[in-house]
Design a protein around this ligand. Structure first.
Ligand code: FPP
Length: 236
């Protein structure tokens, strides 16, 4: 199951293997500059690109990014369409570079609810990078933790008793190392239905920096803070 054993966490000095980010503040970044929200999201994609490029140098095994939640369907249609367009454009423009850099792409969430052309591009990218062995970039698409846990519990129940272990084995993140560190940008301090189960023992790190301004240096700062923390997993 993906709850870490106490001895694997270390008492300070541990290196984060799996970091997740709630990328928040694109809208406010744009508003501050009197620009359309779409430009904020566009700048947000540039920050995603910087993270994907920086993750390996920081020794990360997995970087999980919250790109589209099950609640984001409530946004205006044109904003949803902007986000879909940006995702498609990102795959088209960056897939070669990711593949060449041994990055494995993974999706968590029910991405098959997206339009056919988006699903097709995603599946092509998954296939293309499936056997890569470097950093895994896990993108959360149409992802909600409650939905994920409900899906996992349903599958677990089909196979036998429901226990924390059998649920964990069916989560979208079952093949990933335990979540070490969860970051949220833009000054908000909520989990917003992201990795609720996986965050049970994760360290949390919040920053006022808006997502489009977030750099690999900020990520390093968060990872350094993680290394300085003592994790006890309920023990002492
Ligand atoms: C939060 O900002 C951001 C999102 C809801 C979308 C995050 C998506 C991206 C950065 C692009 C994803 C693309 C790829 C390629 C993975 P907000 O709009 O909620 O900002 P606000 O709270 O300031 O309004």
């Amino acid at each position: 199951m993906n709850v870490p054993a106490p001895e694997t966490g270390g008492k300070g000095g541990a290196h984060a293997r799996h970091v997740a980010i709630i990328m928040d503040g694109n809208g406010r970044w744009a508003k501050k500059r009197h620009l359309p929200r779409a430009i904020g999201h566009q700048k947000g994609v540039e920050a995603v690109r910087a993270m994907v490029r920086g993750a390996k140098g920081l020794g990360l095994e997995v970087l999980t990014l919250y790109a589209f939640s099950t609640e984001n369907w409530r946004r205006p249609e044109d904003e949803i369409s902007d986000l879909m367009g940006l995702m498609k454009k990102f795959i088209v423009s960056d897939l070669d570079e990711m593949a060449e850099n041994n990055i494995r792409l993974k999706i968590i969430g029910d991405y098959k609810a997206f339009k056919g052309d988006v699903v097709e591009l995603i599946e092509g990218a998954l296939k293309r990078t499936a056997s890569n062995t470097g950093t895994t970039i896990a993108v959360a698409l149409n992802y909600g933790s409650m939905d994920e846990i409900a899906r996992a519990a349903t599958k677990a129940a089909e196979q036998g008793p429901i226990t924390p272990e059998t649920i964990a084995a069916h989560l979208d993140t079952a093949d990933l190392p335990p979540l070490d560190l969860l970051i949220r940008t833009s000054g908000e301090e909520r989990l917003s239905n992201f990795l609720l189960w996986q965050a049970a023992y994760a360290e949390l790190w919040f920053t006022d920096v808006l997502w489009p301004d977030f750099t690999a240096d900020h990520l390093k700062q968060a990872m350094d803070a993680f290394s300085g923390r003592e994790r006890r997993y309920g023990g002492r």
